[in-house]
Ligand binder design. Structure first.
Ligand code: PMP
Length: 363
C-alpha cells in the first residue's frame, strides 16, 4: 500500500505573511564599528572580572531572573513588580505588542524611527499609523497627537530617536499619555545616557506610560542582550505573562548588578561620546557636510547621491557606517556612531579622506 501525500503547505498567520523583515547588515563587521550605535570600546572592567568568575556548574543551571530584576528596580528607585528584564529592548517591544494588541488595534509610531517597532507591531495588527517627520526630522508632536483615535492602543516613541538623534520633550510625552488613556505609551530611552533626560520617574503617576532602557549602548553589553522595561505594576503584569521564564540568560543576569554598580564607568563613556559628538560636528561643519543635531551616540549626515560610495570608501579605510538612505525621509543620509575619543579621531580621518576620494560635493 502506498501512502499518498497531498502537497499542502503549512501557512503562517496572515499578518506574519504580510509583515516586513529586518535583516541588519551584520556580515563582516571586522573594521571600526561606527555603524550600529554600539559602545565602540568595552563594558566596565568589573563586568569582565565577573565573567571570569563564572563556573562550569553555573552554566548548567537555568537562569533566575528575579534577583537581578530586584537589584535593577532598586537601582532605579522602582518596585520589583514595576520592572521586567528582557532580551534587549527588542524583546521588550515584542512582548508589549504580544500582550496588548488585538488585530484591529491602531499603533502610532514616528518615522523615520527604529524598525523593530514596525516589525513587532505588524506581527499583531495591520493598523500601523506612521507619522512622518518633516524635513527638519524633529519630533512631529502636533501630528502625533492628531493621529490618536479611540482605536489607538499603543504609541511607541523614542527619545533620543534613531536614526535622527532628535528628542521628545517630557511635557509632550505627558500630553500624549493624557490624550490616549486607552493606549500604552512606550518611551524608548535606549540612548538616554547621551542626552540625560528621562521620563522614568513619571511612571509613578502616569498609569499608561512605559519606559524602556537598554544595556547595549552606554553599558557596552550589546552581546549579552539585556534590556529593561518599566511601568506601573498593572501595566507590567500582562508582559510578565507573555514572557518566557528564561528570556534573559544567566551570564547577563550575573553581570547586570555589577554593571549597574559601576556608575562611574557609564558616566565616563557618556562623557566621551558627548565630547566626541561635538568634535564630529565641528569636523562635519569644516568638511561642508550638513547633519542633524543629535542628542544620541550617532549623527545623521546628509551626503546626497554619493551615499553608497561614501559607505564603500569608508569601509576601504577600515570604518563601518550605516547607510540610512532607504529610511522614509532620509534619502542620501548616512549615520555615523560616536564612540571613544580615539575612534572619533579615526572616524574623522577616514571621513576626510573618503569624501575627497569620491570627489564629494554638497548637493
Ligand atoms: N531602541 C532603539 C531606538 C534602538 O536604536 C535600538 C538598537 N539599535 C534598540 C532599541 C534595541 O536595543 P537592544 O540592543 O536592547 O535590543
Amino acid at each position: 500500500m502506498s501512502v499518498v501525500t497531498t502537497a499542502k503547505s503549512v501557512q503562517p498567520r496572515a499578518l506574519v505573511t504580510a509583515m516586513p523583515e529586518y535583516h541588519p547588515p551584520l556580515a563582516a563587521r571586522t573594521a571600526l564599528r561606527l555603524d550600529f550605535n554600539e559602545n565602540t570600546f568595552a563594558p566596565s572592567p568589573r563586568v569582565l572580572a565577573r565573567l571570569q568568575q563564572l563556573t562550569a556548574e553555573g552554566l548548567t543551571k537555568y537562569p533566575e531572573r528575579e534577583p537581578a530584576e530586584m537589584a535593577t528596580a532598586a537601582h532605579f528607585g522602582l518596585a520589583a513588580d514595576q520592572v521586567l528584564l528582557t532580551n534587549g529592548v527588542d524583546e521588550a517591544i515584542h512582548l508589549l505588542c504580544a500582550a496588548y494588541l488585538e488585530q484591529d488595534d491602531e499603533v502610532v509610531i514616528n518615522t523615520p524611527g527604529f524598525f523593530m517597532y514596525d516589525i513587532s507591531a505588524s506581527m499583531m495588527t495591520s493598523r500601523l499609523v506612521r507619522v512622518q517627520s518633516d524635513a527638519s526630522l524633529q519630533f512631529p508632536f502636533a501630528r502625533v497627537l492628531a493621529a490618536i483615535t479611540p482605536r489607538t492602543k499603543l504609541i511607541i516613541l523614542s527619545s533620543p530617536n534613531n536614526p535622527t538623534g532628535s528628542i521628545v520633550a517630557r511635557e509632550q510625552i505627558l500630553q500624549i499619555c493624557a490624550a490616549a488613556p486607552q493606549a500604552a505609551v512606550l518611551m524608548d530611552e535606549a540612548y538616554f545616557h547621551f542626552h540625560g533626560e528621562t521620563t522614568l520617574a513619571d511612571i509613578a503617576t502616569v498609569p499608561n506610560l512605559l519606559v524602556a532602557r537598554t544595556f547595549s549602548k552606554a553599558y557596552g553589553l550589546a552581546n549579552l542582550r539585556l534590556g529593561m522595561i518599566a511601568g506601573q505594576a498593572a501595566l507590567m503584569k500582562p508582559l510578565r505573562k507573555v514572557c518566557s521564564p528564561y528570556n534573559v540568560n544567566g551570564i547577563a543576569l550575573e553581570c547586570l548588578p555589577v554593571a549597574l554598580a559601576d556608575d562611574e564607568y557609564v558616566q565616563w563613556y557618556a562623557n566621551e561620546v558627548r565630547a566626541g559628538r561635538e568634535r564630529m560636528e565641528q569636523a562635519l561643519t569644516a568638511l561642508g557636510v550638513s547633519f542633524w543635531p543629535s542628542h544620541a551616540n550617532f549623527i545623521l549626515m546628509k551626503i546626497g547621491s554619493k551615499h553608497r560610495e561614501l559607505v564603500e570608501a569608508m569601509r576601504r579605510h577600515g570604518v563601518l557606517l550605516r547607510d540610512r538612505s532607504a529610511d522614509p525621509g532620509c534619502e542620501g543620509n548616512v549615520r555615523i556612531t560616536i564612540g571613544i575619543a580615539e575612534h572619533v579621531t579615526r572616524g574623522i580621518a577616514a571621513l576626510t579622506a573618503s569624501l575627497q576620494e569620491i570627489n564629494w560635493k554638497a548637493e
